[in-house]
Design a protein around this ligand. Structure first.
Ligand code: MSP
Length: 623
């Protein structure tokens, strides 16, 4: 490939215009520079190096040794918890889901929170971070105790069974959690007791008596003034707890420190509207919190006073540190706790934000531990505009969704239909429309028609871009290769997952327009060199796009990358740019469809077309 085209495809020509002995000297010089610099300059000096192995054989050995050196030095640096935002080292990243009550089988709300965390975890791993992704089950408390009694089982037997459903869901949805914690595990219980002792020793716990309203469904205390028509503000039933001995946490002392903390860490609570709600709640005054009960048994005993079991939220919140081995400092150094705490991100539903953004940082600060870095509260799903509830019989079973529509369509729909943070409505119609429009008609279509055309006209190999690149080609490549810079802050800093998927779609749609405008089927008759270049640019742009789709639709993205013959070791986000460009002449597998159109199982079977079917991508004249 000559110099001009190298430059156009993103390769700096100045380097290549030097004689090879000079290039070797540059390589040696650059091998002795600092490792951070080395990584940056590697991408700059050798873009496309792996992709062009046959051509670069003469000076490639040094090159590939260098690459190997980078990866070892990077993983050696993987131990230190760095400030968020840094992407230069493989630093720790800790993301958590809430732990789910095991009173019933998982529903769409559970699947949704964990899915969002899974997308973020996959994204951060592919972006070079050393990720720890935690989920699990919350197995103590009155709600679970009552559900076990209703099922006629002992609490332990009951939680063992129900917890298994959550593990199975994680498998079915291909969640990549690194650990699944259960609060009935001995090490977790020991950690909760250790935290209690730490708080007690520091003078933050005292014995008193509680009387007041309690909602078993919410596992939350409410004041008289919070009740709405005799119920909790969430609509849950409340019961009056007759005065009983209780330990209290001095939450009232944390009002000012919390407000100062929120002010000093404006990104601690997101979205912004939720942050404002929390701040006004805290400004309204904090009362001391009852953290133990004596009228039931299914919980972690209070140290030295086993008439009391701990308040289930104190037990549950501690999972975020017990899973990292807190309080033990044993094991390899640095310990998981040292590597991953404070958590980078707790993702929670809006209903449980208060526990995470008020109680949890107060407990941690009181115990002398660092609060998490960020809490993101997402919204709730409704079904056909109605609240989802067992009594209405409209609970959405995520396992059934996967059976009906397939896993990747389900993942894709849930992550792209609704701005993450807002409430959203689930309907089969919206599902079918979104998945068919974007995955089948846009992404699948561009893959299918470009690869089918290559199979027919380019001997089934990655075409060689033999003509000079036009402005349209350069613009297309720039859009695809620039995607990582666009989406990284959306996922890492804002958790704007819908905007992440929108950004990918925009480039796919641009790809379809580019393909239509360049019309390789016409070029086949008039200018075969130009045809090959257009096809190369299309599949090379699709390569970057498919890499970035991996967190959202992992199995489909992997099939797409297989269709482009992208080697498995070239599938991280470090490969999005020109340095891992497709190698012309690489044989491609036989193209096949990756996104079958989905059907609404409830739609009338009389052949009447749904709006989704009518809105197919305008097919071009491609043969
Ligand atoms: N056990 C507590 C969390 C303890 S974390 C230290 C709990 N469990 S839960 O099983 O009731 O809820 C778990 C999550 O499911 C919450 O984040 C909640 O917001 C979410 N959802 C429950 N129903 C939902 C919808 N209809 N839509 C979206 N998410 C919803 O709370």
């Amino acid at each position: 490939m000559h110099v001009r085209r190298r430059q156009q495809l993103g390769y700096p020509t100045s380097f290549w215009s030097f004689p090879s002995f000079f290039r070797v000297i540059v390589v040696v010089m650059y091998a002795s520079s600092t490792s951070a610099l080395r990584r940056k300059s590697a991408a700059f000096v050798f873009p496309g190096a792996r992709g062009y192995i046959p051509r670069l054989r003469s000076h490639s050995s040094l090159l590939f040794n260098e690459r190997r050196f980078f990866s070892t030095s990077v993983s050696a640096a993987a131990t230190v918890k760095d400030s968020p935002g840094s992407n230069s080292k493989k630093t720790g990243y800790y993301v958590t889901t809430p732990i789910y009550y095991v009173n019933d089988k998982p529903h769409i709300g559970h699947a949704y929170t964990t899915l969002a965390c899974d997308v973020i975890a996959r994204f951060m791993r592919l972006d070079g971070r050393d990720v720890f992704f935690l989920t699990g089950t919350d197995e103590h408390g009155q709600k679970v105790e009552q559900s076990a009694a209703k099922a006629g089982k002992s609490p332990q037997t009951f939680v063992d069974e129900v917890s298994q459903n959550f593990r199975s869901l994680a498998k079915i949805m291909e969640f990549t959690n690194d650990k699944f914690i259960r609060t009935t595990q001995a090490d977790h219980k020991a950690a909760v007791q250790a935290l209690w002792k730490q708080l007690e020793a520091a003078g933050h716990i005292y014995l008193g008596a509680y009387e007041g309203w309690y909602s078993v469904r919410d596992e939350a205390y409410y004041t008289e003034s919070e009740l709405v028509d005799g119920k909790a503000p969430t609509g849950a039933e409340v019961v009056w707890v007759v005065k009983e001995p209780s330990y209290f946490f001095k939450l009232s002392a944390w009002q000012e420190p919390l407000l100062e903390f929120y002010a000093a860490h404006p990104n601690f609570i997101a979205p912004e509207s939720r942050r404002n709600e929390v701040i006004s709640f805290v400004k309204g005054g904090l009362k001391d919190l009852s953290i133990s009960r004596t009228t039931f048994k299914w919980g972690v005993p209070v140290p030295e006073d086993d008439d009391h079991v701990m308040y289930v939220w104190m037990d549950a919140l501690t999972n975020y540190i017990s899973a990292l081995g807190y309080p033990e400092a044993k094991g390899s150094s640095p310990t998981p706790y040292q590597r991953f705490w404070p958590a980078d991100l707790h993702v929670v539903g809006k209903d449980i934000l208060r526990f995470h953004a008020v109680y949890w940082p107060a407990f941690l600060m009181a115990a002398g531990l660092a609060p998490p870095r960020r809490i993101f509260a997402h919204g709730w799903w409704t079904k056909d505009r109605q609240k989802i509830s067992k009594s209405l019989g409209n609970v959405i079973d995520p396992v059934r969704l996967v059976e009906q529509f397939g896993l990747d369509p389900t993942r894709y729909f849930l992550m792209s239909e609704v701005p993450f943070g807002n409430d959203g409505d689930f309907s089969n119609d919206a599902f079918v429309r979104r998945v068919n429009n974007q995955l089948a008609n846009e992404l699948g279509n561009l893959f299918q028609r470009s690869l089918a055309f290559i199979a027919k006209n380019c001997e089934g190999q990655v075409p060689e871009p033999t003509s000079a690149l036009t402005e349209a080609d350069v613009a297309m490549l720039r859009s695809a290769r620039g995607l990582l810079e666009t989406v990284r802050p959306l996922v890492r800093d804002e958790q704007a997952l819908h905007r992440y998927s929108e950004a990918l779609n925009r480039v796919v749609n641009e790809g379809n327009r580019y393909f239509d405008e360049q019309a390789p089927w016409t070029l086949r008759k008039t200018d075969k060199d130009r045809m090959a270049t257009v096809l190369y640019v299309t599949v090379e742009a699709l390569r970057s796009v498919a890499l970035l789709y991996q967190p959202l639709i992992p199995a489909s993205a992997s099939k797409l990358l297989d269709l482009l013959a992208v080697p498995s070791e070239r599938r991280t986000f470090a490969d999005v740019g020109a340095d891992a460009a497709l190698t012309p002449g690489t044989p491609l597998p036989k193209p096949e469809g990756v996104f079958p159109r989905v059907e609404d199982p409830d739609a009338p079977k009389d052949g009447a077309a749904s709006p989704a079917k009518q809105k197919q991508h305008k097919k071009t004249k491609a043969p």
